[in-house]
Design a protein around this ligand. Structure first.
Ligand SMILES: [Zn+2]
Length: 426
């Protein structure tokens, strides 16, 4: 079991230099399908023999395919184009939310092979009333058992090719308590339940904070061929409110993984009591459920509207709904501005589902810095909606796993056989 941080392992001996080189080649082939050995040599400055030997090893391990002659202008023998072998491995990805578990199965080219949503309300653990004390009931093995049953039922999942089970959840890892706290839902689950799942499946389990996963997916979208995005605040508004912060190219986590919990910025110190003990935390007011409920009330609707429907009311100039959304934008901007003041980072991306409100809401958020041109701190704050999609957390944890956790020649030696199939031990 491992938890997401962005610190790469030290590379210092012969074996790990080999790993570093083969991983670089794998990543290049992965991001540029059709690349040739000669091109890889030019990009990496590795010798032709080294490139050839390592690429042969990638092919032999079932990770890379030779796909016939490449399209080149040069005369003579055509070089061979390379691509990642999509069927070489699989990644099982799970996203936990207040409403249930969403499952994806990706192949090695990060293409979707299977997906499913299993409804399982976190409300059943019951800490949502305002009077509830600050404790977080332990969900026990429930979530891990569900994950196992979803995986076993997937007709496309091949355990022998499964690289890892990745779980994103909107909470934090408490190393000292050996548990995962999901404070917005007032639920926790223990490390030992995760470890038991790992043993039952004989597959590594990797966990990540959903906001960090989303921030990583967004970074991958925004990275250019010759430029890397170094600083980003990704604000996710979903069942809770949090941020994934990338500062100087690394995740900002703090010593206890608690950085980015901006849902607990208070917008009213006399306001609603929050699970954290404070009052008026922005997460009490700005979540998808809270917004839908407020609009349902002002519009006297039988059912809570979708974010897209709320956005449409705003576009049509419905005053009551605009008032609710203006209020939400003011509260969210308060939390964003606090984060900008503390981190100095001005690139802000909003996602998690709230982006379905559309242009009206984004316009309101952008109005705050624009209407205060003399405030130096809010100048140049760049707020936009996420490009990495509604399920960017799934995308992000898969990309992060391949980029930073997956190794080809190191600890995988004991798990993977000659034919690239996992040796399953009981
Ligand atoms: Zn709070």
């Amino acid at each position: 079991m491992r938890y997401m941080t962005m610190r790469e392992p030290r590379m210092n001996n012969q074996k790990t230099i080999k790993e570093e080189n083969i991983k670089t080649l794998f990543s290049l082939i992965s991001s540029d399908p059709g690349v040739t050995r000669a091109q890889l040599g030019r990009i990496t400055a590795l010798s032709p023999t080294t490139v050839s030997t390592l690429v042969d090893e990638l092919v032999q391990r079932g990770l890379v395919l030779e796909t016939g002659p490449a399209n080149t202008q040069s005369a003579g023998r055509k070089p061979i184009a390379l691509q990642v072998n999509p069927r070489g491995r699989q990644l099982a990805l799970f996203s936990l939310s207040r409403w249930g578990i969403r499952f994806w199965l990706y192949n090695l080219a990060l293409e979707e092979v299977d997906t499913r949503f299993v409804e399982y309300s976190a409300d059943r653990y019951g800490g949502f009333s305002e009077e509830a004390d600050g404790t977080e009931p332990d969900a026990g093995a429930d979530y891990m058992s569900l994950i196992e049953s979803i995986l076993v039922k997937s007709p496309y999942c091949d355990p022998a090719r499964l690289l890892a089970v990745c779980i994103c959840f909107p909470g934090i890892h408490l190393a000292r308590e050996k548990s995962f706290s999901w404070s917005a839902m007032r639920v926790s689950f223990s490390e030992s339940d995760v470890l038991q799942l790992e043993r039952r499946l004989s597959v590594p389990v990797f966990l990540g904070n959903a906001a960090l996963c989303r921030a990583y997916a967004e970074k991958k979208q925004l990275d250019g061929p010759n430029s890397r995005l170094e600083d980003l605040i990704y604000v996710t508004v979903r069942d809770g409110l949090g941020a994934g912060v990338i500062a100087g190219g690394a995740f900002l986590t703090g010593p206890e993984n608690s950085a980015g919990e901006i849902g607990h910025v208070s917008v009213d110190y006399k306001g609603k009591r929050c699970a954290c003990g404070q009052r008026g935390c922005v997460e009490q007011y700005v979540t998808l459920d809270a917004l839908a409920e407020r609009v349902r009330q002002v519009m006297n609707l039988g059912q809570a509207p979708t974010m897209a429907a709320i956005g449409e009311y705003c576009t049509k100039g419905n005053e009551a709904v605009c008032e609710v959304i203006d209020d939400a934008a003011a509260m969210l901007f308060t939390a964003i501005f606090s984060t900008v003041c503390i981190t100095g980072i001005k690139r802000v991306v909003i996602g998690g589902g709230i982006e379905q409100l559309g242009e009206y809401f984004l316009g309101r958020l952008r109005a705050f810095p624009r209407d205060n041109p003399h405030n130096k701190l809010s100048q140049n704050i760049d707020i936009s909606y996420a490009r990495s999609g509604l399920y960017g957390d799934i995308r992000g944890i898969a990309q992060f796993y391949l980029d930073h956790v997956f190794t080809i020649t190191m600890d995988s030696d004991e798990h993977w056989g000659q034919n690239g199939r996992r040796q399953i031990t009981a």
